[in-house]
Ligand binder design. Structure first.
Ligand code: UD1
Length: 423
């Protein structure tokens, strides 16, 4: 296993290009199961998770390949595997694979998909996915850790998808993908409004689906008989872009982030400006320059357009070196605080109280050996390592490889002293 070593304290400067969105591309690749015709997906990030989804497509009878940012998917002619069974080995490595349920059910009238299980950031149930699929008329049973869903013909329906923690991104995607081939009209209320849901809907529309209201809490889907192949370019990754915005500020640097969509970043921009950061936005790039000492901010994570839970850990690394008290409240995954203990090992002063982290900003962090626990916690530790004095070594960086394409190369291009070592 590799670890990442960072010799911190360098001001990062220069331009960096954001890759395609991980959270967009995963359901979009799943949507290719809705047709037998060829599909081409572009701006695909080379990540562990995208490779996992490509493997899942292969296990479901597709010929799929990721080559230089492009995934081409065609149906293979002779496949002995049942085309509607998604195996535990693959689904357990990545929760997003559960979103093959909707397309498989819509296309084949049945689907057997492994339950994904929990993960380090919380329990992560799938009740909303199942509620939506059931509302479309599918019979659902569970056995041996799998969900089996069956429906001769799905029927359009009205379904409210709000859960205890608000809307669900993948449940909205899953139900939308099941509804596109259902008979009649489906209305999804309390749908997730995330740009990734919009991107998925845009791809489905290119395939011939009839969808309205995507990007709002009410999505309407008029079922069609069949979908065709389509080409699509995935939107830029807003979480990667946000991570580089914070990288500029924690290192007191000056970074221009290219191939991003500033209008997807409203809540983060608002918080950083409130903290006193200088941000210069254009249509597809942003310059983030550290000009003066920042002030602490309080923030609560919320579904889009609220502050993204996927940026909570990274913001915490910035607030941990911003003098004063910041309160960070996690409302999507109340246990998503694995990074707190690791930041404290680097000299941060953070106290967790239930879903709140009370951050007392310190002058400086000091490099230390730390352990990555999940994807965004790893990004937080990289940021902390960049800001700290001395060497930080981060073990278990395979988490980082799930969501950040070429992160070391990109940071190196900005002047960071960062390299890999064998554990
Ligand atoms: C997606 C993102 C993930 C992000 C999360 C929240 C992908 C591949 N992943 O995950 O990076 O952190 O959105 O923005 O897009 N919930 C239920 N029942 C369900 C489903 C979810 O109660 O059936 C709860 C979850 O436990 C959580 C909240 O709803 O508290 C939001 O989760 P959800 O939006 O579903 O997360 P994912 O779509 O899995």
């Amino acid at each position: 296993m590799d670890k990442l070593v960072i010799d911190g304290g360098v001001r990062l400067k220069g331009d960096v290009r954001v890759s395609g969105s991980k959270n967009s591309v995963l359901p979009i690749l799943a949507a290719t199961l809705l047709t037998d015709e060829p599909c081409v997906v572009r701006n695909v990030p080379g990540l562990r998770d995208t490779n996992t989804m490509v493997k899942i497509l292969r296990s479901l009878g597709k010929n799929a390949e990721l080559n230089k940012g492009v995934v081409s998917v065609v149906s293979s002619k002779n496949n002995s595997l049942p085309r509607w069974v998604a195996d535990y080995k693959l689904v357990s490595t990545m929760r997003a694979s559960f979103c093959v349920l909707g397309p498989l059910l819509g296309r084949f009238g049945e689907a057997r998909v492994s339950l994904p299980g929990g993960c380090v950031i919380g329990i992560r149930p799938v009740d909303l996915h199942l509620k939506g699929i059931k509302a479309l008329g599918a019979a659902i049973s569970m056995d041996s850790g799998y969900v089996y869903a069956k429906a001769k013909q799905l029927k359009g329906s009205h379904v409210y998808l709000g859960g205890v923690y608000g809307s669900s991104v993948l449940a909205t995607g899953n139900v939308m993908m099941a509804a596109v081939l259902a008979k009649g009209k489906t209305v999804i209320e309390s749908a997730a409004c995330e740009p990734e849901v919009e991107d998925l809907a845009d791809f489905l529309i290119k395939m011939g689906a009839k969808i309205r209201g995507h990007g709002t809490p009410v999505i309407e889907v008029e079922g069609v008989k069949r979908l065709r192949g389509a080409e699509h370019s995935v939107i830029p990754d807003r979480i990667e872009a946000g991570t580089f915005m914070i990288a500029a500020l924690v290192t007191r640097g000056d970074i221009t982030i290219k191939n991003m969509v500033p209008r997807h970043m409203g809540a983060l921009v608002d918080k950083l400006e409130e903290a006193g950061a200088s941000l210069v936005k254009s249509a597809d790039s942003m310059r983030v320059c550290y000009k003066k000492q920042l002030k602490p901010v309080n923030v609560s994570t919320l579904p889009y357009p609220g502050f993204p839970t996927d940026m909570q850990a990274q913001l915490m690394s910035l607030m941990s070196i911003t003098p004063g008290i910041s309160i960070i409240t996690e409302k999507i995954y109340p246990d998503r605080f694995m990074h707190v203990a690791e930041l404290n090992r680097m000299g941060a002063l953070i106290q967790r109280e239930g879903p709140h982290a009370i951050v007392s900003g310190v002058k400086k962090l000091s490099g230390a050996p730390v352990m990555a626990s999940d994807l965004r916690a790893s990004a937080c530790l990289v940021l902390a390592g960049l800001a700290a004095s001395g060497k930080t070594s981060i073990s278990r960086i395979y988490h980082l490889e799930r969501g950040y394409e070429n992160i070391e190369r990109k940071l190196e291009g900005l002047g960071a002293k960062i390299w890999r070592e064998k554990e």
